[in-house]
Design a protein around this ligand. Structure first.
Ligand code: HAM
Length: 442
């Protein structure tokens, strides 16, 4: 029978790796609790309109990445409905906020979630079709303080604390303000205009974006287009006074609580509901994410509740890509282990049990000279001696009958992939100096 494999872009998480996932989630839960967040669990599938309206028809997520199907009616009383596996959780949280009339409490709602999301993306390292997010949302009526810059700064400070408690190193907070719902159309119009004369010189992807969603041109990574993109108008020149002041207050609060950031005028993010503050936390190249360096992303969505038919409920939130977070932590651990990996100076390998005593005597001699030495065993096959020696030591000294009789030993240098013959009297100094070639080379 043919073996059945997992679907492309999905992953099995096995022990012991799942221990790390659980530890990460426990840390996140404990940090969220300290900042007054409670857990929300929304369904994994929702009415398709929630995403087409909430996230935006023109976004990559809605236009090409959703898992959508027609759910057939099973009884006369039911009607067929288009359903979608959630590609993200913010729209679901805001729907639940509206549906359960949480605005009537008059209080700020602070909710977090941990769960799978689904996007039909081209799978690669750090990018999957089912992936996990750890996210949180803060929203409420304007009088609950949901619109205040303090909320933005508190959320960002919480993220900095969470990443440091998790032990993530080298993260960078990229921050921008994309203005209010009225600033954006003015900016997009200016962007469209500025794109007209240069469009022909952009790559095919960006030419398409220039027509469908010009903001997306700004976060293009195409190297050949970067110089042209830098000449485009900047959103900060289109912010109204209130948005400018709001952003100034966010930055000032971050300065006071020592959260480092980098204002990035090109950070516009790929979902339509964002207003004002948008942000991403990235990690440096070589952090285990390949080309996917955004560990998490988020921002403010002051008009989303109204777009979904609800009351005014400004809000801000983020979602961490948990798969990416885990990859980053694993890469760090590997790097740390490599840094502390201490290999011994030499591994002494007797060739046959008859050479054990001679090998022990040589090991004693070398240790007395201050070398770190491990001793093999004459019952090991040559291959096993090689493998063990390569794991434990920089060099291997072969102690065979010929060597013992002649007093000249074969030394194998693993890193250089070389070997040479060394007289006993010179062994200690050769092994100490790490010299790979001596005069008696073969
Ligand atoms: P997003 O930027 O689309 O924002 O996703 C947030 C994070 O999820 C990304 O930074 C990345 O780490 C992770 N992620 C996204 N797609 C994938 C994928 N295919 N494979 C692995 N990880 C992925 C949102 O989803 C917003 N709902 C965030 C938010 C919350 N904004 C306000 N509140």
């Amino acid at each position: 029978m043919a073996v059945i494999f997992r679907v492309r872009g999905t992953r099995d998480l096995l022990p012991p790796e799942t221990d790390l996932w659980n530890r990460v989630e426990q840390t996140a839960r404990s940090v969220f609790a300290r900042y007054g967040f409670g857990e929300i669990r929304t369904p994994i599938f929702e009415d398709t309109q929630l995403f087409s309206r909430g996230v935006g028809e023109e976004t990559d997520i809605v236009s090409k990445e959703m898992y959508t199907w027609e759910d057939r009616a099973r009884a006369e009383s039911e009607r067929a409905q288009s359903l979608t596996l959630r590609p993200e959780n913010t729209a679901g949280v805001v729907r639940a906020y509206i549906e359960h009339k949480l605005n009537e409490t008059g209080m700020l709602q602070k909710m977090f979630y941990i769960g799978p999301q689904f996007r039909r993306e081209r799978p690669q390292r750090g990018r999957y079709r089912q992936f996990w997010q750890i996210g949180a949302e803060v929203l409420g009526p304007a009088w609950s303080g949901a619109e205040s810059a303090l909320r933005d700064a508190e959320l960002l400070e919480m993220l900095a604390t969470l990443l440091s408690e998790l032990g993530v190193r080298g993260w960078r907070l990229e921050l921008n303000s994309i203005g209010s719902a009225t600033d954006r159309p003015r900016y997009i119009a200016a962007l469209r205009e500025a794109l007209v004369p240069i469009k022909g010189r952009l790559c095919e992807d960006n030419r398409r974006r220039a027509d469908t969603n010009p903001l997306r041109v700004l976060d293009s990574k195409a190297p050949e287009d970067q110089a042209l993109i830098d000449t485009l108008p900047k959103i900060k020149d289109f912010l109204d006074e209130e948005s400018t002041e709001h952003f100034r207050q966010v930055l000032a609060a971050l300065d006071v609580c020592d959260v480092p950031y980098n204002v990035n005028p090109r950070l516009v993010r790929g979902l339509d509901y964002y207003t004002r503050t948008t942000f991403e936390f990235t990690v440096p190249d070589g952090s285990g994410l390949g080309t996917q360096n955004a560990l998490l992303g988020g921002g403010r969505y002051d008009g989303l509740s109204e777009i979904l038919g609800g009351p005014k409920a400004p809000g801000i939130g983020f979602a961490i890509g948990e798969d990416r977070l885990i990859l980053t932590l694993q890469a760090q651990v590997e790097r740390d282990n490599a840094a502390v990996e201490r290999k011994l100076d030499a591994f002494i390998a007797p060739m046959g049990i008859a050479q054990n005593a001679a090998a022990l005597s040589l090991a004693k001699e070398l240790r007395a000279c201050g070398l770190s030495v491990e001793l093999g065993d004459g019952m090991f096959r040559l291959r096993k001696s090689f493998e063990t020696a390569d794991k434990l030591a920089h060099r291997m000294v072969i102690v065979g009958e010929d060597e013992v009789n002649s007093g000249v030993f074969t030394v194998k240098y693993f890193a250089a992939g070389e070997q040479s013959k060394v007289p006993r009297a010179e062994l200690a100094s050769v092994l100490t100096a790490g010299i790979t070639r001596v005069s008696q080379d073969l």
